[in-house]
Design a protein around this ligand. Structure first.
Ligand code: AMP
Length: 184
């Protein structure tokens, strides 16, 4: 099964993606996690990525698409995408890639959460995660970029009749159940 999980930073995508990938026995592919791992490893790729992540800016499409092309070709049983696609350009490239692999998406699910709740969730997470981009200032910037660059991705999938939206408010279990109602 191939699933895309959409939603703004702080919507709970990461938490839900971990649970859902276990439930469906498919790999959880988080571009943010892949990039943070590259940065920690100190690789040349990581050095290129660090400035973008630290500032809360999107990594250029060409770089992200290359990364994902390699990763997705390696997932014959399906995958759960978390944090990709984040621009319409990435969504179009994903469509082409999946066509090449003859592997259509089963579900595109969006978690909706209001903006004031998102900022307080990100700040709370920052205290625990130590992520350099979980500060109030960078969180606000990431949200602004989300509305400008990533919200149109939802529209892109909506126009194709593919998006199912769910309320991201509630306990982890409640939100999980809403997602399971869609995928099972
Ligand atoms: P995340 O863990 O999904 O919140 O991503 C953290 C950061 O990684 C983002 O703020 C971006 O700097 C970068 N990033 C992750 N996924 C993408 C993507 N699909 N396109 C561009 N940048 C990304």
């Amino acid at each position: 099964m191939r699933i895309v999980l959409l939603g703004p930073p702080g919507a709970g995508k990461g938490t839900q993606a971990i649970l859902l990938s276990k439930h469906c026995s498919i790999p959880h592919i988080s571009t943010g996690e892949i990039m943070r791992a590259a940065i920690s490893s100190g690789s040349p790729l990581g050095k290129k990525l660090k400035g973008f992540l630290d500032k809360g800016e999107l990594v250029p499409d060409a770089l992200v698409i290359d990364l994902m092309r390699e990763r997705l070709a390696d997932c014959p049983a399906g995958f759960l995408l978390d944090g990709f696609p984040r621009t319409v350009e990435q969504a179009k490239s994903l469509d082409i890639l999946l066509e090449e692999l003859n592997a259509p998406l089963a579900h595109v699910i969006e978690l909706s959460v209001s903006e004031d709740i998102l900022i307080s969730r990100i700040k709370r997470r920052g205290k625990k995660s130590g992520r350099s981009d979980d500060t109030a200032e960078i969180a606000a910037k990431r949200l602004q970029i989300y509305w400008e660059e990533t919200a149109p991705v939802t529209k892109f999938y909506e126009d194709a009749g593919k998006v199912q939206k769910i309320d991201g408010l509630g306990t982890v279990e409640e939100v999980q159940q809403r997602i399971l109602n869609i995928v099972s």
